[in-house]
Design a protein around this ligand. Sequence first.
Ligand code: PHE
Ligand code: CA
Ligand code: ZN
Ligand code: ZN
Ligand code: ZN
Length: 286
Amino acid sequence: APDISLANVQAHLNDLQTIANNNGGNRAHGRPGYLASINHLKAKLDAAGYQTAVQQFTYNGVAGYNLTADWPGGDPNDVLMLGGHLDSVTSGPGINDNGSGSAGLLEVALTVSRQAFAPRKHIRFGWWGAEELGLIGSNHYVNNLPTTERSKIKAYLNFDMIGSPNPGYFVYSASGQPTGSLLLQQTLQAAFSVPTELTSVGGRSDHAAFARAGIPVGGTFTGAEVIKTAAQAQKWGGTAGVAFDRCYHRSCDTLTNINATALDRNSDAIAYALWTLAGEGGTPPG
Ligand code: PHE
Ligand code: CA
Ligand code: ZN
Ligand code: ZN
Ligand code: ZN
Protein backbone atom coordinates (compact mmCIF):
# COMPACT_ATOMS: atom_id res chain seq x y z
CA ALA A 1 0.00 0.00 0.00
CA PRO A 2 1.23 3.52 -0.68
CA ASP A 3 2.59 5.84 1.98
CA ILE A 4 0.09 8.67 2.43
CA SER A 5 1.67 12.12 2.49
CA LEU A 6 1.27 13.68 5.94
CA ALA A 7 1.93 17.11 4.41
CA ASN A 8 -0.99 16.64 2.02
CA VAL A 9 -3.33 15.53 4.83
CA GLN A 10 -2.24 18.56 6.85
CA ALA A 11 -2.92 20.81 3.86
CA HIS A 12 -6.52 19.54 3.76
CA LEU A 13 -6.85 20.23 7.48
CA ASN A 14 -5.52 23.71 6.87
CA ASP A 15 -8.21 24.20 4.21
CA LEU A 16 -10.92 23.10 6.68
CA GLN A 17 -9.56 25.48 9.33
CA THR A 18 -9.64 28.35 6.79
CA ILE A 19 -13.22 27.43 5.85
CA ALA A 20 -14.23 27.62 9.52
CA ASN A 21 -12.36 30.91 10.02
CA ASN A 22 -14.20 32.43 7.06
CA ASN A 23 -17.60 31.14 8.19
CA GLY A 24 -18.11 32.10 11.82
CA GLY A 25 -15.63 29.68 13.36
CA ASN A 26 -17.34 26.34 12.75
CA ARG A 27 -18.38 23.81 10.10
CA ALA A 28 -21.58 22.67 11.80
CA HIS A 29 -24.80 21.30 10.31
CA GLY A 30 -26.89 24.10 8.82
CA ARG A 31 -24.05 26.63 8.99
CA PRO A 32 -22.27 28.00 5.89
CA GLY A 33 -18.97 26.37 6.88
CA TYR A 34 -20.51 22.94 6.40
CA LEU A 35 -21.59 23.40 2.79
CA ALA A 36 -18.26 25.11 2.05
CA SER A 37 -16.52 21.98 3.40
CA ILE A 38 -18.64 19.74 1.17
CA ASN A 39 -17.94 21.88 -1.89
CA HIS A 40 -14.21 21.93 -1.20
CA LEU A 41 -13.96 18.14 -1.04
CA LYS A 42 -16.28 17.62 -3.98
CA ALA A 43 -14.16 19.84 -6.26
CA LYS A 44 -11.00 17.89 -5.41
CA LEU A 45 -12.68 14.52 -5.92
CA ASP A 46 -14.33 15.56 -9.20
CA ALA A 47 -10.97 16.76 -10.53
CA ALA A 48 -9.42 13.40 -9.54
CA GLY A 49 -11.94 11.42 -11.61
CA TYR A 50 -14.43 10.39 -8.94
CA GLN A 51 -18.12 10.09 -9.58
CA THR A 52 -19.46 12.29 -6.78
CA ALA A 53 -22.97 12.78 -5.46
CA VAL A 54 -24.34 15.20 -2.88
CA GLN A 55 -27.33 13.81 -1.01
CA GLN A 56 -29.48 16.42 0.68
CA PHE A 57 -31.60 15.82 3.76
CA THR A 58 -33.40 18.01 6.25
CA TYR A 59 -32.77 18.01 9.98
CA ASN A 60 -33.91 20.61 12.52
CA GLY A 61 -35.55 22.43 9.64
CA VAL A 62 -32.29 23.04 7.79
CA ALA A 63 -30.56 21.32 4.89
CA GLY A 64 -27.83 18.78 5.57
CA TYR A 65 -25.61 17.06 3.04
CA ASN A 66 -23.77 13.79 2.54
CA LEU A 67 -21.05 13.53 -0.09
CA THR A 68 -20.24 10.21 -1.75
CA ALA A 69 -17.44 9.55 -4.22
CA ASP A 70 -17.26 6.40 -6.31
CA TRP A 71 -14.00 5.32 -7.90
CA PRO A 72 -14.90 3.96 -11.36
CA GLY A 73 -14.34 0.24 -11.84
CA GLY A 74 -14.16 -2.80 -9.63
CA ASP A 75 -16.86 -5.39 -9.02
CA PRO A 76 -20.12 -3.41 -8.66
CA ASN A 77 -21.56 -6.23 -6.55
CA ASP A 78 -18.68 -6.13 -4.06
CA VAL A 79 -18.42 -2.62 -2.65
CA LEU A 80 -15.90 -1.55 -0.02
CA MET A 81 -16.99 1.67 1.61
CA LEU A 82 -14.92 4.04 3.74
CA GLY A 83 -16.27 7.14 5.48
CA GLY A 84 -16.40 9.63 8.28
CA HIS A 85 -18.35 12.70 9.30
CA LEU A 86 -17.51 16.11 7.89
CA ASP A 87 -19.59 18.27 10.24
CA SER A 88 -18.23 19.89 13.39
CA VAL A 89 -20.01 20.95 16.56
CA THR A 90 -21.02 24.63 16.65
CA SER A 91 -18.46 25.52 19.32
CA GLY A 92 -15.40 25.21 17.09
CA PRO A 93 -13.85 24.27 13.74
CA GLY A 94 -13.73 20.51 14.45
CA ILE A 95 -10.22 19.89 13.18
CA ASN A 96 -9.59 16.66 15.08
CA ASP A 97 -13.35 15.87 15.24
CA ASN A 98 -13.62 15.17 12.39
CA GLY A 99 -11.47 17.20 10.05
CA SER A 100 -8.81 14.55 10.72
CA GLY A 101 -10.77 11.57 9.41
CA SER A 102 -12.21 13.64 6.58
CA ALA A 103 -8.78 14.85 5.47
CA GLY A 104 -7.19 11.41 5.78
CA LEU A 105 -9.95 9.86 3.70
CA LEU A 106 -9.67 12.63 1.09
CA GLU A 107 -5.93 12.17 0.69
CA VAL A 108 -6.31 8.38 0.41
CA ALA A 109 -8.97 8.92 -2.26
CA LEU A 110 -6.68 11.30 -4.16
CA THR A 111 -3.85 8.76 -3.85
CA VAL A 112 -6.08 6.06 -5.38
CA SER A 113 -6.51 8.38 -8.34
CA ARG A 114 -2.84 9.40 -8.63
CA GLN A 115 -1.79 5.75 -8.62
CA ALA A 116 -4.60 4.75 -11.00
CA PHE A 117 -5.41 1.94 -8.56
CA ALA A 118 -7.45 -0.78 -10.26
CA PRO A 119 -8.97 -2.72 -7.34
CA ARG A 120 -10.92 -5.94 -7.60
CA LYS A 121 -13.68 -4.44 -5.45
CA HIS A 122 -15.58 -1.26 -6.14
CA ILE A 123 -14.54 1.55 -3.80
CA ARG A 124 -16.86 4.23 -2.45
CA PHE A 125 -16.05 7.02 0.00
CA GLY A 126 -18.63 8.84 2.13
CA TRP A 127 -18.51 12.09 4.11
CA TRP A 128 -21.51 12.37 6.42
CA GLY A 129 -23.49 15.35 7.61
CA ALA A 130 -25.05 16.07 11.01
CA GLU A 131 -23.20 13.29 12.85
CA GLU A 132 -22.92 15.59 15.84
CA LEU A 133 -26.71 15.86 16.07
CA GLY A 134 -27.21 12.10 16.29
CA LEU A 135 -25.62 10.32 13.32
CA ILE A 136 -28.27 11.88 11.08
CA GLY A 137 -26.51 11.86 7.70
CA SER A 138 -25.16 8.32 7.78
CA ASN A 139 -28.53 7.01 8.99
CA HIS A 140 -30.21 8.90 6.17
CA TYR A 141 -27.82 7.38 3.64
CA VAL A 142 -28.21 3.78 4.81
CA ASN A 143 -31.98 4.04 5.35
CA ASN A 144 -32.52 5.42 1.86
CA LEU A 145 -30.38 2.87 0.01
CA PRO A 146 -32.49 0.46 -2.01
CA THR A 147 -32.19 -3.06 -0.57
CA THR A 148 -30.27 -4.27 -3.61
CA GLU A 149 -27.74 -1.44 -3.30
CA ARG A 150 -27.38 -2.02 0.42
CA SER A 151 -26.62 -5.69 -0.12
CA LYS A 152 -23.73 -4.81 -2.45
CA ILE A 153 -21.86 -3.02 0.37
CA LYS A 154 -19.78 -5.83 1.87
CA ALA A 155 -17.83 -3.73 4.38
CA TYR A 156 -17.75 -0.24 5.87
CA LEU A 157 -14.72 1.36 7.55
CA ASN A 158 -15.19 4.49 9.68
CA PHE A 159 -12.63 7.14 10.62
CA ASP A 160 -13.66 9.67 13.27
CA MET A 161 -10.92 11.48 15.27
CA ILE A 162 -7.60 10.11 14.02
CA GLY A 163 -5.22 12.86 15.13
CA SER A 164 -5.90 13.33 18.84
CA PRO A 165 -3.21 15.46 20.55
CA ASN A 166 -2.51 12.86 23.29
CA PRO A 167 -3.24 9.89 21.09
CA GLY A 168 -4.22 6.31 21.69
CA TYR A 169 -4.34 3.77 18.90
CA PHE A 170 -7.76 2.17 19.04
CA VAL A 171 -9.38 -0.22 16.61
CA TYR A 172 -13.05 -1.01 16.86
CA SER A 173 -15.59 -3.26 15.29
CA ALA A 174 -19.18 -3.80 16.40
CA SER A 175 -20.52 -6.45 18.70
CA GLY A 176 -22.70 -9.22 17.30
CA GLN A 177 -21.29 -8.60 13.85
CA PRO A 178 -21.09 -10.93 10.85
CA THR A 179 -17.86 -12.92 10.46
CA GLY A 180 -16.51 -10.45 7.89
CA SER A 181 -15.91 -7.93 10.67
CA LEU A 182 -13.10 -10.05 12.15
CA LEU A 183 -11.14 -9.61 8.91
CA LEU A 184 -11.71 -5.84 9.04
CA GLN A 185 -10.52 -5.69 12.63
CA GLN A 186 -7.43 -7.80 11.91
CA THR A 187 -6.58 -5.77 8.81
CA LEU A 188 -6.85 -2.48 10.68
CA GLN A 189 -4.68 -3.80 13.51
CA ALA A 190 -2.09 -5.09 11.02
CA ALA A 191 -1.98 -1.61 9.47
CA PHE A 192 -0.18 -0.20 12.52
CA SER A 193 3.47 -0.53 13.44
CA VAL A 194 2.54 0.47 17.00
CA PRO A 195 0.46 -1.60 19.45
CA THR A 196 -3.29 -1.08 19.16
CA GLU A 197 -6.09 -1.64 21.64
CA LEU A 198 -9.30 -3.23 20.53
CA THR A 199 -12.14 -1.17 21.94
CA SER A 200 -15.89 -0.93 21.76
CA VAL A 201 -17.28 2.48 20.90
CA GLY A 202 -20.87 1.26 20.70
CA GLY A 203 -23.02 3.47 18.51
CA ARG A 204 -20.93 6.60 18.93
CA SER A 205 -20.13 7.18 15.25
CA ASP A 206 -21.32 6.64 11.70
CA HIS A 207 -20.47 2.94 11.47
CA ALA A 208 -23.59 2.30 13.58
CA ALA A 209 -26.08 2.64 10.72
CA PHE A 210 -24.09 0.20 8.59
CA ALA A 211 -23.77 -2.29 11.45
CA ARG A 212 -27.51 -2.14 12.04
CA ALA A 213 -28.02 -3.00 8.37
CA GLY A 214 -25.93 -6.14 8.87
CA ILE A 215 -22.84 -4.81 7.10
CA PRO A 216 -19.46 -5.71 8.67
CA VAL A 217 -17.88 -2.54 10.08
CA GLY A 218 -14.58 -1.43 11.54
CA GLY A 219 -12.71 1.72 12.33
CA THR A 220 -9.79 3.44 13.99
CA PHE A 221 -9.85 6.17 16.63
CA THR A 222 -7.25 8.04 18.67
CA GLY A 223 -9.48 8.91 21.62
CA ALA A 224 -11.71 11.71 22.84
CA GLU A 225 -12.67 12.74 26.40
CA VAL A 226 -11.36 9.63 28.19
CA ILE A 227 -8.17 9.96 30.27
CA LYS A 228 -5.00 8.18 29.12
CA THR A 229 -3.81 5.65 31.72
CA ALA A 230 -0.22 5.19 32.86
CA ALA A 231 -0.05 1.87 31.00
CA GLN A 232 -1.26 3.54 27.81
CA ALA A 233 1.29 6.37 28.15
CA GLN A 234 3.92 3.67 28.66
CA LYS A 235 3.21 2.00 25.31
CA TRP A 236 2.11 5.02 23.25
CA GLY A 237 3.91 7.95 24.81
CA GLY A 238 2.04 11.14 25.61
CA THR A 239 0.68 12.18 28.99
CA ALA A 240 -0.99 9.90 31.53
CA GLY A 241 -3.83 11.45 33.50
CA VAL A 242 -4.80 13.73 30.61
CA ALA A 243 -7.62 13.21 28.10
CA PHE A 244 -6.75 11.84 24.66
CA ASP A 245 -8.32 15.04 23.32
CA ARG A 246 -8.65 17.86 25.86
CA CYS A 247 -10.30 20.02 23.20
CA TYR A 248 -13.00 17.50 22.30
CA HIS A 249 -16.12 19.46 21.25
CA ARG A 250 -14.51 22.74 22.26
CA SER A 251 -13.45 25.90 20.46
CA CYS A 252 -9.79 24.85 20.85
CA ASP A 253 -10.24 21.92 18.43
CA THR A 254 -8.09 23.80 15.91
CA LEU A 255 -5.03 23.01 13.78
CA THR A 256 -2.89 22.98 16.93
CA ASN A 257 -5.08 20.19 18.38
CA ILE A 258 -3.51 17.54 16.14
CA ASN A 259 -0.75 15.01 16.79
CA ALA A 260 1.00 14.72 13.43
CA THR A 261 2.36 11.22 14.08
CA ALA A 262 -1.08 9.86 14.93
CA LEU A 263 -2.58 11.57 11.89
CA ASP A 264 0.12 10.11 9.65
CA ARG A 265 -0.12 6.58 11.07
CA ASN A 266 -3.89 6.53 10.76
CA SER A 267 -3.90 7.98 7.24
CA ASP A 268 -1.41 5.31 6.23
CA ALA A 269 -3.65 2.74 7.94
CA ILE A 270 -6.65 3.84 5.85
CA ALA A 271 -4.59 3.26 2.71
CA TYR A 272 -3.28 -0.08 3.99
CA ALA A 273 -6.80 -1.30 4.74
CA LEU A 274 -8.13 -0.09 1.42
CA TRP A 275 -5.35 -1.64 -0.67
CA THR A 276 -5.42 -4.90 1.33
CA LEU A 277 -9.18 -5.36 1.42
CA ALA A 278 -10.04 -4.11 -2.08
CA GLY A 279 -7.38 -6.26 -3.72
CA GLU A 280 -5.45 -5.78 -6.94
CA GLY A 281 -6.44 -7.02 -10.34
CA GLY A 282 -9.55 -5.09 -11.30
CA THR A 283 -10.17 -3.35 -14.59
CA PRO A 284 -8.05 -0.17 -14.83
CA PRO A 285 -10.06 3.07 -14.82
CA GLY A 286 -11.06 3.93 -18.39
N1 PHE B 1 -18.46 10.29 17.23
C1 PHE B 1 -17.95 11.00 18.38
C2 PHE B 1 -18.12 12.49 18.09
O1 PHE B 1 -18.10 12.89 16.97
C3 PHE B 1 -16.52 10.72 18.67
C4 PHE B 1 -16.16 9.28 18.66
C5 PHE B 1 -15.54 8.76 17.57
C6 PHE B 1 -16.44 8.47 19.73
C7 PHE B 1 -15.19 7.42 17.51
C8 PHE B 1 -16.10 7.14 19.71
C9 PHE B 1 -15.47 6.63 18.60
O2 PHE B 1 -18.26 13.27 18.98
CA1 CA C 1 2.55 8.62 5.66
ZN1 ZN D 1 -8.17 20.59 0.90
ZN1 ZN E 1 -16.74 12.73 15.57
ZN1 ZN F 1 -17.98 15.04 17.86
